[in-house]
Design a protein around this ligand. Sequence first.
Ligand code: MRU
Length: 369
Amino acid sequence: MKIGNKNYQSIWLDESDPSVIRVIDQQKLPFFFETKELRSVDDIYNAIDDMTVRGAPSIGAAGAFGIYLATLEINSLTNIREHLSNAARYLIKCRPTAVNLFWAVNYVMKKLDRNTSSLSLSEAALNAALEICEIEKESCRQIGNHGLTIIEKISKTKNGEPVNILTHCNAGWLACIDYGTVTAPIYFAHDKGIKVHVWVDETRPRNQGAKLTAWELGQYGVPYTLIADNSGGHLMQQKMVDIVIVGSDRTTRSGDVANKIGTYLKALAAYDNNIPFYCAVPSSSIDFSITDGMKEIIVEKRDPVEVTNMTGVAEGKIQSVLICPEDTVAVNYGFDITPARLITGLITEKGISKATEKDIRKMFSDKFK
Ligand code: MRU
């Protein structure tokens, strides 16, 4: 994506110093646009943990680069297999819900296991991490093309009025290396001259919608309106939402979708109001080994301080303020599960699938064992 005149990804290799991975610091946006350098497995872990880098595909790519950085830590005394397996285990456990982290780290590890070429371990790991970035970018482009057809169809029924799309959290390019899963169809529609308008859920507690999605859409020139998380139901009843599109951190083989906390409530409201509810899901976010989202997906619990406090900018500095009595007990679930029955369809890189095991299997037969 272009910021000013420069093209950015959310994460990349620093060509001038290949021992450095650079990320856009998502903790500072939209107030400050800064990049951060990551030089070690610990740096990668901490950046994923504190959400300097966040969003399922981006944390997958970060994990993959983490294995590359682990190969740079190898010296003559290192037990290589043990060192890399430890790094992989450490990185994977950093955030438990998004399957991309597990998938991407394992993708690199498998490439290293099978590396019989003349490439050094570091070269092979770097190639694999760069491949992950390209796979995710291409998936977003394809999701963009498939999602565009849905928006186009709705637009034809709107007599020149904009298509109102509601989204939750941030499944934009910051979350996905480039394009975004939810935003690619929106950008493609906007580029084609189709009128779109996005309702952006603020997405408490971390406000990824208010801070990141609003910023991304604004940069691209897509009209949007920020709403409090509780507004969606009312807007849907008033026929002010034509379609809901959200992302996914882990989707089961039967189509249950784990996404940012609050997604489920939007799905219920959409269902009650007969509004199409789509999840934009690259196959890297599908966990083909599980069937029951409610029972099998681990929902991350984060620090309650994200609930008791809010972070914003005051006097030119990012500050956190307490929003409840000091001794308040709070709990912070990061994700919820939307059952497949509430989902109109999954927009994948291979096309639009019903959220059923039968249809997912048809589309991704090679992934079912
Ligand atoms: O906790 P986050 O900000 O990493 O959660 C992100 C989301 O829930 C996104 O919707 C999801 O990762 C999909 S990104 C394509």
